[in-house]
Design a protein around this ligand. Structure first.
Ligand code: ADP
Length: 640
């Protein structure tokens, strides 16, 4: 029977990635082992889960384990598991051809950083380049794998240089065996065929892996009395001990979440965090809970101290793993955590859960819903209890994610509102809570003012705030896109309405009726000239120093929202703005004079467009015709 052999090219993205991996300098080369062990452990998890419904698929091979083999002479290291294995098609799908979303994000970020020498373990962990990390240390990688229930095995081989081959092969037992032909070790690099090097790496990175990681090690043992050579007096004349090779389990497999808090050290908590999160930074805070009664569960959750690169990638995994009596059920358990807590990492172990539970069932499962409600409550308590400094760190990293909850979780909207922080026109760059804002409100202030936009300094200096500032009212400066949704859902706080500084009547000062009459026909004229972009021209109650700004009516879309939708590739409904003009500004007097003298004066047209441009620039917007603008301003300056 002819064997199937195929040679394939890696996809371009994978080639780039491999190129980076091979040519970069690492301070932590050893992380490749953590990645391969974690893949092996995942493969056993999958099989173990599958065997819950049909134990017979395991055959005689029922003792799950991960085996490491070292060969110093050949400079090789092998990682073998008796997990689920891969079929021919799975090997093609999962290894080498498909650039996984993580790898793509990784390459983009790397190119942006443009510093290939900074490829750190944090990056590798975050982007899950997993298996490919073997090429950090290996010049050739061979995978021999046999999927559970299959007769044939598959061999995958590559030098990581652009091509790989896949062949049908033989393998006695199910599972995956990955052989690394190691690169020649450079001065100062670890020797990955050395027993103690491997022991130390496994201990550090893979200690909590739930299956024994076994390796043959040298042991010294006493020679039994009967085998010792003795003299006439019965005294041993030769050696009394000998060196033997024995398999040893290198990891502790301690599921620390199932222990009592007092029996777990800070260091163990931190190591465990590193193990599940692949994050090298210590977590900001942990939450270890044991709940008994009708909703019984154990949880060990962590809030990271730094946001991962893919925090806003919708495909990024959530961080909570679900276990049932220490048996892994699933990764990325979205049902246990609302979207706005998706940065929380950890494990939840629910002993009453059915092991065969599927994601579909989980969604409706009462127990899971109760656990989720409970965990959310505990997380709110935890965040509310954080010291100011830590809370600020948290907010800086994850505030934008938490805010989503205001829009999506009606039940907890007010609790999340208490956790919101904004910079304000008066907070001097510091974060401020809504509660603090309300406490600081002036006696004559009825509403909570806010403004949305892309950039803090543009907002701070926005003409829209001139009157508010001159009346000494504080304004919340909202610079996250999500704030647009926050303000749609959070219309009041503590009985005070939230009011956009950009929209509707601010009720700050009365319009001077005499002036209004004087300008009426000019405003109509301006409106007619700008009717393609502007829905109305109004005397401004917001401006004190600037001459023009753009505003909207209460239920109009804000300028920032329009920008967000456009940059997301959407076509927002037509949203003409209001051009507000400052009737007390000397420029308006000049224009009025020109208008009275000769409505057809071409300069008048230019000035009208300049007014619009000034309003656009005032909110940090883009001009339609910047070169015309600069020409006109040039002319004006020359004439001055
Ligand atoms: P990740 O582990 O993040 O999914 P990898 O590149 O490390 O990414 O692995 C890609 C895929 O290859 C895995 O998702 C899994 O399906 C498969 N795989 C890797 N190692 C093994 C293994 N030891 N046994 C079975 N499947 C494996």
């Amino acid at each position: 029977m002819a064997e199937r052999t195929e040679t394939h090219e890696f996809k371009t993205e994978v080639k780039q990635l491999l190129n980076l991996i091979i040519n970069s300098l690492y301070s932590n080369q050893e992380i490749f082992l953590r990645e391969l062990i974690s893949n092996a452990s995942d493969a056993i998890d999958k099989l173990r889960f599958k065997s819950q419904t049909d134990e017979s698929i395991l055959g005689d091979d029922t003792e799950f384990k991960i085996k490491l083999e070292r060969d110093a002479l050949k400079n090789m290291l092998t990682i073998e598991d008796n997990g689920i294995g891969m079929t021919y098609d799975e090997v093609l799908e999962d290894i080498g051809t498909i650039a996984r979303s993580g790898s793509n994000a990784f390459i983009e970020a790397m190119e942006q950083l443009n510093k290939t020498d900074a490829l750190t373990p944090e990056l590798i962990g975050q982007f899950g380049v997993g298996f490919y990390s073997s090429f950090i240390v290996a010049e050739k990688v061979t995978i021999l794998t046999r999927a559970v229930g299959e007769e044939k095995a598959v061999r995958w081989e590559s030098h990581g240089d652009g091509e790989f081959t896949v062949t049908e092969a033989e393998k006695k037992s199910r599972g995956t065996r990955i052989t690394l032909e190691l690169r020649k070790k450079q001065e100062g690099e670890p020797d990955f065929t050395d027993e103690w090097t491997i022991r130390q790496i496994v201990k550090q990175h893979s200690d909590f892996v739930a299956y024994p990681i076994v390796m043959d090690v040298e042991k010294t043992e006493p020679i039994p009395e009967t085998e010792q050579i003795k003299d006439a007096d019965g005294k041993a004349v030769g050696e009394t001990t000998r060196t033997v090779i024995k398999a040893e389990t290198l990891n502790s497999m301690k599921a620390i979440w199932s222990k009592n808090k007092k029996d777990v050290t800070d260091q163990e908590y931190e190591e465990f965090y590193r193990h599940i999160s692949h994050d090298w930074n210590p977590p900001l805070k942990k939450l270890h809970l044991k709940l008994e009664g009708t909703t019984e569960y154990t949880a060990l959750l962590y809030i990271p101290s730094q946001a991962p690169f893919d925090l806003f990638n919708p495909e990024a995994k959530h961080g909570v793993q679900l276990y049932c009596k220490r048996v892994f059920i699933m990764d990325d358990c979205k049902e246990l955590m609302p979207e706005y807590f998706r940065f929380v990492k950890g494990v939840v172990d629910a002993p009453d859960l059915n092991l065969n539970v599927s994601r579909e069932i989980l969604q409706q499962d009462r127990l899971v819903r109760n656990i989720r409600r409970n965990l959310v409550k505990k997380l709110f308590d935890l965040l509310n209890g954080l010291e100011a400094e830590n809370y600020e760190k948290f907010w800086q990293e994850f505030g934008a994610v938490l805010k989503v909850g205001v829009h999506t979780d009606i039940e907890n909207k007010n609790k999340i509102a208490d956790l919101l922080r904004y910079k304000t026109t008066k907070s001097d760059g510091q974060w401020k809570s809504l509660k603090q804002y309300v406490d600081d409100m002036k006696p004559d202030q009825k509403e909570i003012y806010y403004i949305t936009g892309e950039n803090l300094s543009a907002l701070l200096n926005s003409p829209l705030l001139e009157q508010l500032k001159s009346d000494d009212f504080e304004v919340l400066l909202m610079t996250d896109p999500i704030d647009e949704w926050v303000t749609q859902s959070l219309t009041e706080y503590d009985g005070k309405k939230l009011k956009s500084a950009e929209k509707g009547d601010l009720d700050l000062k009365k319009v001077d009726e005499d002036r209004k009459d004087k300008y009426e026909t000019l405003f109509k004229h301006i409106r007619a000239k700008l009717e393609d972009t502007i829905k109305e021209v109004r005397p401004s109650t917001r401006l004190t120093d600037s001459v023009a700004c753009l505003s909207g009516d209460t239920f109009d879309m804000s300028g920032y929202m329009e920008k967000i939708l456009k940059s997301a590739g959407q076509t927002p409904p037509e949203n003409k703005r209001v051009l507000e003009l400052n009737m007390t500004h000397p420029v308006m007097d000049k224009i009025h004079g020109m208008f009275e003298a000769d409505k057809k004066n071409p300069k008048l047209d230019d000035y009208i467009h300049l007014l619009l441009d000034l309003a656009v620039i005032g909110e940090g917007g883009k001009l339609e015709d910047p070169s015309k603008f600069s020409k006109l301003v040039g002319e004006l300056m020359a004439a001055a």
